[in-house]
Design a protein around this ligand. Structure first.
Ligand code: SF4
Length: 335
C-alpha cells in the first residue's frame, strides 16, 4: 500500500476528430497516453511541458471533466473512473480545479457572496445558518474582506479574482486541487502573493495540488515532484531537487536550458529544444521526441523507449526518478 492520496494509473484520453464532407472521416488524437504517477496529501506534483503537450487535458481527465479513454484514477482508494454520475457528483467536492482565467469561470451576474455560497449549498456543507459565516471566513482567508460579498467579479483585479477562484475551490474543503496555469496571467508580484497563499493553504489544510504550468521557475518553487510531458506522455518524473539538478531526458534538459539563467556565465553546454512539436494526430514512430532530440540515435526512430527507474527510491514512490529514453536503457546502450 503506497498511502498515496491520488494514484493515476495508465491514464489515456483520446479525442475523435471528425472532418471531411458530412464529417464522415474520423481520426484519433491521443492527447494523453498511458500516464501514471502518485501524489500524497499536502504535496504538490508540478506538471510541465510546452503548450499543447496534454497537461491541461490530463488535469481534466483526472477530474473526469474529460471522460478518460482508459486507465484509472484512484482518490483515497476510490476508483473515480468507475463512479456513476451520482457517485461522481458526491466525490466532486474532494477534487476541485482553479483555472488560468478566473474571470471566465466567475459568473458576471452573480455577487461574490453568491458565487462562494453556491458550492456550499450544492454539497450541503455545514448547517444552512452557518454558510454565510463560512463565506466570510473564506474571503478573509484569501485576503479579501467581508465587503467583497456584495460586489461583482468585474470590480476586482486579476489577482483578486484569482483569490476568489481559490476561495471557491476551498469552500468544499477539497483533498485535491488541480491548478491549471493558475498564476500564468498574473503580474510577477501578484503571482508570488497567490503562490504564497496556495502554499499557506496547503500547510494549513493538507491539500494536494497538481500544479500545471509552462513556467519552470514557478514549478520549481512550488513542487515536491515534477512530471515532464511531451506529446501526451510523461517522459520524466522525479523529486523537484533531483530533476532540476540532474535532468535525465533530453527534452527536460532542453526545457531547463531555455529558462534564462541568473548567471549567464554558468552555461551547461547543452542544446535548447529546436523545431515545433509534431502533430499529435500523426506522432513520430519510436521515441516521440526523436524528430527534435539533439542526442537521437538510429534506434530512437524505431523503438519506443521503456520506462526506466534511475535511482533506488527505497519503496518511496515520491522519491522515484523515472525516465523514458533509450540513453538510460542498459539493453540499448550496450548494443
Ligand atoms: Fe532522444 Fe532517443 Fe532519448 Fe528519444 S530515446 S529522447 S530520441 S535519445
Amino acid at each position: 500500500m503506497s498511502g498515496a492520496l491520488l494514484r493515476v494509473e495508465n491514464l489515456s484520453k483520446h479525442f475523435v476528430m471528425r472532418g471531411g464532407l458530412f464529417r464522415r472521416s474520423a481520426s484519433v488524437l491521443p492527447a494523453v497516453e498511458n500516464v501514471s504517477f502518485e501524489l500524497h496529501s499536502g504535496r504538490t506534483f508540478g506538471l510541465v511541458g510546452e503548450s499543447g503537450c496534454g497537461k491541461s487535458t490530463l488535469g481534466r481527465a483526472i477530474l473526469r471533466l474529460h471522460e478518460p479513454t482508459s486507465g484509472r484514477v484512484l482518490l483515497d482508494g476510490t476508483d473515480i473512473t468507475a463512479l456513476n454520475a451520482r457517485q461522481l457528483k458526491r466525490r466532486r467536492k474532494d477534487m476541485q480545479i482553479i483555472f488560468q482565467d478566473p474571470y471566465a469561470s466567475l459568473s458576471p451576474r452573480r455577487t461574490i457572496g453568491q458565487i462562494l455560497r453556491e458550492p456550499l449549498d450544492l454539497h450541503r456543507i455545514g448547517p444552512t445558518s452557518a454558510r454565510e459565516a463560512r463565506v466570510v471566513e473564506l474571503l478573509e482567508r484569501v485576503g479579501l474582506g467581508r465587503d467583497a460579498r456584495a460586489r461583482y467579479p468585474h470590480e476586482f483585479s486579476g489577482g483578486q479574482r484569482q483569490r476568489i477562484g481559490i476561495a471557491r475551490a476551498l469552500a468544499v474543503e477539497p483533498r485535491l486541487i488541480i491548478a491549471d496555469e493558475a498564476v500564468s496571467a498574473l503580474d510577477v508580484s501578484v503571482q508570488s502573493q497567490v503562490l504564497n497563499l496556495l502554499s499557506d493553504l496547503q500547510k494549513e489544510f493538507g491539500v494536494a495540488f497538481v500544479f500545471i504550468s509552462h513556467d519552470l521557475a514557478v514549478v520549481q518553487h512550488v513542487s515536491h515532484q515534477v512530471g515532464v510531458m511531451y506529446l501526451g506522455e510523461l517522459v520524466e518524473v522525479a523529486p523537484v531537487e533531483r530533476i532540476y539538478a540532474r535532468p535525465a531526458h533530453p527534452y527536460t534538459q532542453a526545457l531547463l536550458d531555455a529558462v534564462p539563467a541568473p548567471d549567464p556565465t554558468r552555461r551547461t553546454g547543452r542544446v535548447a529544444v529546436r523545431g515545433d512539436v509534431p502533430s499529435p494526430l500523426s506522432p513520430p514512430s519510436g521515441c516521440p521526441f526523436h524528430t527534435r532530440c539533439p542526442q537521437v540515435m538510429p534506434v530512437c526512430r524505431e523503438r519506443v523507449p521503456r520506462s526506466m527507474i534511475l535511482n533506488d527510491p527505497q519503496s518511496d514512490s515520491q522519491a522515484v526518478h523515472r525516465v523514458r529514453c533509450h540513453l538510460h536503457d542498459p539493453e540499448i546502450i550496450k548494443t
